[in-house]
Write a protein that binds this ligand. Structure first.
Ligand SMILES: [Zn+2]
Length: 272
């Protein structure tokens, strides 16, 4: 099911490298493939779009493919959507990986739990992202026991391969895009997350992590995003798959000018 698009503005400039020459693409703040409704028009040059779509694809095609298919999220590559998905089972003492159609597949998202953004605590941080765990969230499939029984097994495992850094860069991009939509590109004095989004530095874990004080309660919304500003420093909370009680992530986006004190805008929600 596709949700109606919601245009949050027209930028007329690449939000990543500030190029103004056309053609400039529409920027989906939450990817189209995750049913994100929010768009910024004329907001990314082709070169920067190539960089951002590379890590976005890693997340969409590897980490979340089965879940997106199960939830009927839109895709631009219908022919690439597989008809069977893998499951690892144990039968007669032997582990095997089998391919099954979605209707008998146990579909789960495995989402990373990160440490706090290193910029928020004083821990030693070198590079990349500090992964501290994973959560498995079942997505609209038959219960695991039922699937296991129909396959003649007691153990079921779903495995996905993806780069946690790619997911963290995607969160940084979502937070940055939303900041541009709310404050305007020219108000952003420094975007801490920009070098890691563009792949110029490996420091995404300084700005992206899990939050300890979850402020976006799980609800019926699919995705929820909220921005707050502390003396001009922009913090963004992102809860993708809020409806499934997925983890909330926190992003320290950067600094905007002409804002002091603490303000917190209303969260935006996407409902389907
Ligand atoms: Zn650009």
């Amino acid at each position: 099911m596709k949700i109606p698009r919601e245009i949050l503005g027209t930028v007329g400039q690449c939000i990543y490298c500030r190029a103004t020459q056309k053609p400039l693409q529409t920027e989906h703040i939450v990817p189209y493939g995750l049913n994100g409704p929010w768009e910024l028009l004329e907001a990314s040059c082709m070169e920067c779009a190539k960089i951002t779509s590379a890590f976005e694809s890693d997340v969409l095609r590897n980490m979340l493919l089965a879940a997106r298919t199960r939830l009927h999220f839109p895709t631009r590559h219908k022919h690439n959507r597989p008809e069977r998905f893998s499951l690892t089972i144990k039968r007669r003492g032997r582990e095997e990986t089998i391919q099954v159609p979605l209707k008998v597949h146990f579909t789960a998202m495995m989402l990373p739990i990160f440490a706090l953004p290193a910029g928020l605590d004083q821990r030693r941080y070198k590079k990349g992202i500090d992964l501290v765990g994973m959560v498995t969230i079942q997505v609209g499939s038959p219960p695991a026991q039922q699937v296991a029984k129909s396959l003649g097994t007691k153990t079921l495992a779903v495995s996905v391969t993806y780069q946690p850094v790619a997911f963290a860069r995607l969160l940084a991009k979502i937070a940055y895009g939303f900041t541009v939509a709310v404050y305007g590109l020219n108000t952003i004095r420094e975007a801490y997350v920009l070098p890691s989004i563009m792949g110029k530095s490996d420091d995404v874990g300084r700005w992206v992590g899990c939050s300890t004080n979850n402020s976006l309660a799980p609800s019926n919304d699919l995705h929820k995003i909220e921005l707050s500003s502390i003396n001009g420093e922009i913090h963004c909370n992102v809860r993708l798959f809020a409806r499934f009680n997925a983890p909330e992530y926190s992003v320290i986006v950067g600094h905007v000018s002409e804002h002091s004190g603490t303000e917190c805008g209303p969260p935006i929600h996407s409902k389907i």
